[in-house]
Design a protein around this ligand. Structure first.
Ligand code: MTE
Ligand code: MO
Length: 415
């Protein structure tokens, strides 16, 4: 056999194999012949000023009060999670963007709201929302992820959790606003200022020190737009800071102040709340970037699958940049196969992956593992826990395993 023969054969084999999978994918569809096989056309309802979801679509966030504190009265909730298992594509609808607010959602009048910019800079400014909207704007798609995402599985796995419970503290939106770099030039920040305090206008007084690296000065946005419309109140209306790739808590909502300085302010949010208790009992501060991560969203916790063809799909993301590879194991981590990454694959955004799978009906475990453009690989749970221990609460990015029993029930397990 010549090398070109071999190439032809392998291409033919590839086509045969993919036709086989495509055939499997339609095996459950019934064959059709004429228009009589599809329902008739239907009279329409009146048009409206605001469109709602179809009555047949059941999709919503779930308010929770903390790890393991589910099904609470919404007035007690501290966060509300995104239904990842019901989403397609990569953009989270604004109404389903996860929500994490430390003191409820303030109802701010944009005409009265102001942003103070001061500290180590030549000028001190108080800007209105209209002032900001008059400045050159940028739009960027980026995820925001709470550092608590994944905290449900630190110590044990509740088998009744869905992927919304385990991973629903991440969402990806298009954000529009003024680049931080523009505001830095406007007030002529002192070169010796290497930190910035960002403070919110809610009662919690969330305030975080942000290191002014080149990357942050280039990429941060004082945003007023979310998916093409003004921010929703839950997400910071009228303005919030968006810091692509960095922990959710730094993306200060209801932004009222930016202050430049030359050292961190050591607010309670960085001395107590958002520190990481390590295995040796010491606490680590300023672990600011969100790690490489991924999760299979279908099949996922509490679903039921049938023997034969199943399409595996899920989401992968990294605070370091683009996702370059997602691998899937359908035999509990013994063998891995590259999944297809759907375009576009954007940096610091959720990327969609998928893979065809013929399930033989035997009990197994499925798991995904992502790699980003900096070469970071999502760790398996055993090596993650060996490194970080189980005292910690934040930045859980271990691989997520779903077990499938012989009847097709999918459940959350540790590995
Ligand atoms: N002012 C203010 N900013 C805030 C918060 C807050 O409670 N108040 N919560 C933070 C946390 S912990 C997270 S994870 C993100 C959540 O943003 P989202 O509610 O738009 O998803 O906002 C951050 N910004
Ligand atoms: Mo958060």
């Amino acid at each position: 056999m010549t090398p070109s023969d071999r190439k032809a054969v392998s291409r033919r084999n590839f086509l045969a194999a993919s036709a086989g999978v495509a055939g499997a994918a339609i095996a459950r569809a019934s064959s059709a012949d004429t228009l009589a096989d599809v329902p008739p056309r239907v009279l329409g309802d009146a048009l409206s000023g605001h469109s709602e979801r179809s009555q047949y679509v059941d999709i919503s966030r779930i308010p929770e009060a903390g790890p393991g504190m589910r099904n609470v009265d919404p007035s007690l909730a501290i966060n509300s999670k995104t239904p990842l298992q019901k989403l397609v594509g990569t953009i989270t609808p604004s109404a389903l963007h996860y929500e994490r607010s430390h003191a409820g959602v303030p109802n701010l009048d944009p005409a009265k709201h102001r942003l103070l910019i001061h500290g180590m800079a030549e000028k001190q400014l108080v800007l209105s929302v209209d002032d900001l909207k008059a400045m050159p704007a940028v739009s960027r798609i980026a995820f925001i992820e709470c550092t608590g995402n994944g905290w449900e599985n630190w110590k044990s796995a509740d088998e009744n959790l869905t992927v919304q419970n385990t991973h629903g503290l991440i969402s990806t939106n298009e954000w529009t606003g003024v680049p931080l770099g523009y505001l830095i030039d406007l007030v002529k920040k002192d070169r010796k200022s290497t930190w910035m305090l960002a403070e919110g206008g809610d009662a919690a007084g969330v305030a975080r020190s942000i290191p002014l690296t080149d990357e942050i000065m280039r990429e941060a946005i004082v945003a007023y737009g979310q998916n093409g419309e003004p921010l929703r109140p839950a997400h910071g209306f009228p303005i919030r800071l968006v810091l692509p790739g960095y922990e959710g808590n730094l993306n200060i909502k209801w932004l009222r102040r930016l202050k430049f300085g030359d050292e961190p302010w050591m607010t309670r949010w960085e001395t107590s709340r958002y520190t990481q208790l390590l295995a040796n009992g010491k606490a680590m501060q300023f672990q600011l970037r969100q790690e490489v991560n991924s999760v299979i969203t279908s099949p996922s916790g509490m679903m039921e699958i049938k023997k034969g063809y199943n399409r595996i799909t899920g989401l992968a993301w990294s605070g370091y940049g683009k996702i370059t590879k997602v691998e899937i194991s359908v035999d509990d981590g013994k063998t891995w196969k590259a999944a297809q990454l759907n375009l576009p694959v954007l940096p610091k955004s959720q990327s969609r992956f998928q893979m065809d799978w013929e399930w033989d009906g035997k009990a197994t475990k499925i798991v995904s593992r992502s790699t980003d453009e900096k070469g970071n690989v999502q760790p398996d749970r055993a090596s993650f826990i060996a490194k970080v221990g189980t005292n910690a609460l934040f930045h859980y990015n271990a691989q997520q395993t779903w077990s499938i029993d012989a009847s097709g029930r999918v459940r959350n397990v540790l590995a």
